[in-house]
Design a protein around this ligand. Structure first.
Ligand SMILES: Cc1cc2nc3c(=O)[nH]c(=O)nc-3n(C[C@H](O)[C@H](O)[C@H](O)COP(=O)(O)OP(=O)(O)OC[C@H]3O[C@@H](n4cnc5c(N)ncnc54)[C@H](O)[C@@H]3O)c2cc1C
Length: 332
């Protein structure tokens, strides 16, 4: 087996599942990873914010940066398709699941390399990191409160949100507080690169095409007033609460389509009268037209059908092509 492109926005395809696939993978991985931590046939839906997705042939929880590097290296050397899963907040996993090894990243070590800097394992949850930074009076991460993400997912996609109220003058990016990233390269070498070398952009970084994995990220923060940080956090949570469906009631993957500068993907969908449009259990949120919510037992196919419908309606009405922002993972 060779490493495959695992994320694609191509249309669904039928791929049958060979019997005994998990056993074969476990046999290949056993010399490299602890067998009792290789879990066959685990449904992935509970590990995503959409609550959608079939089983992984094999799931492995990586509990430290070293463990994550070992698991990726093991899958590479055994020639097994693999995927690093954060909080599953920016992906749609196919109904047939993932053929290969899903490495759930729970590497959440924290270090304080110097005054004002925090180094976090890439599986650390951003919400926990924000709480830790604010407790220490360190400012820079609080803007991203309420966004489900691991540290690794945040650098993959260059997490962003609006600058503080009342102006909300610009979009802030997590890249602004990234000092460096510890990577496992495609060749299996560990390397620390600067933020500038990460090629951060809107919804992107070099991780999208380099085949590298983020093992840990060092953030350079500034000393801030705790009360001011807590005010920003509350205002951001209120802003989100008023405009976005609540994740605990209506699972989603956040914005589905990429931003269209000066137009807004959500507005184009809304102009087509599609708020509330539903196929199966997948619905365009009546609150926010760029968010698809799982209103009950939605399948990945339902979501793909809603995406296709929104794309063709918007193309016909305005000539704009809506490009998905989320990643499509596994077999649909
Ligand atoms: C309700 C909701 C609101 C949201 N609001 C926002 C918002 O305001 N701003 C915003 O920017 N985003 C937002 N998002 C999108 C999402 O939160 C971010 O994209 C987030 O960074 C995803 O992180 P994750 O850990 O869940 O990554 P996952 O979804 O698990 O993975 C996403 C991709 O990153 C890759 N990846 C993950 N970890 C690593 C690693 N260590 N090394 C290399 N690759 C890795 C995965 O392989 C995958 O390709 C929202 C999502 C939801 C559900």
């Amino acid at each position: 087996m060779r490493e495959r492109l695992l994320i694609t926005d191509s249309m669904p395809k039928e791929i049958s599942r060979p019997a005994g696939a998990a056993d074969e993978l476990i046999r290949a991985l056993r010399p490299l990873l602890a067998a009792d931590r290789l879990r066959p046939g685990i449904p992935l839906a509970p590990y995503t914010t959409f609550r959608i997705g079939g089983p992984a042939d094999v799931l492995y929880d990586a509990t430290s940066a070293d463990d994550l590097a070992t698991a990726v290296t093991a899958a590479r050397s055994a020639g097994i398709p693999w995927f690093v899963l954060g909080l599953g907040a920016n992906i749609l996993i196919g109904d047939q699941g993932f053929r290969g090894l899903v490495i759930r990243n729970r590497a959440a070590e924290l270090e304080y390399p110097r005054e004002g800097a925090i180094s976090a394992g890439s599986g650390g949850v951003i919400a926990n990191l924000i709480a830790e930074a604010v407790r220490k009076g360190l400012s820079g991460l609080e803007h991203y409160v309420g966004i489900p993400s691991t540290v690794g997912g945040a650098v993959w996609q260059n997490l962003h949100f609006l600058s503080p109220a009342p102006e909300r003058a610009r979009t802030m990016f997590i890249a602004e507080v990234v000092e460096s990233v510890d990577l496992l390269t495609a060749a299996g070498v560990r390397q620390t690169v600067s933020a500038a070398e990460m090629r951060f952009g809107y919804d992107t970084s070099r991780l999208h095409d380099s085949g590298e994995i983020a093992l840990a990220v060092t953030f350079a923060l500034t000393h801030g007033d705790e009360a001011a940080m807590r005010r920003i956090m509350q205002e951001n949570l209120d802003w989100r609460g008023a405009r976005h469906p609540h994740l605990d009631v209506e699972p989603s993957a956040g914005s589905i389509f990429k931003k269209i500068e000066g137009v807004g993907a959500g507005r184009l969908i809304d102009d087509c009268g599609l708020k509330g449009f539903r196929i199966g259990g997948a619905q365009i949120s009546p609150l926010h037209a760029n968010i698809i919510v799982n209103v009950g037992n939605a399948t990945a196919s339902d979501v793909r059908a809603v995406i296709a419908h929104a794309q063709s309606a918007v193309l016909a009405r305005s000539g704009h092509h809506l490009e998905p922002e989320i990643g499509f993972v596994g077999e649909f």
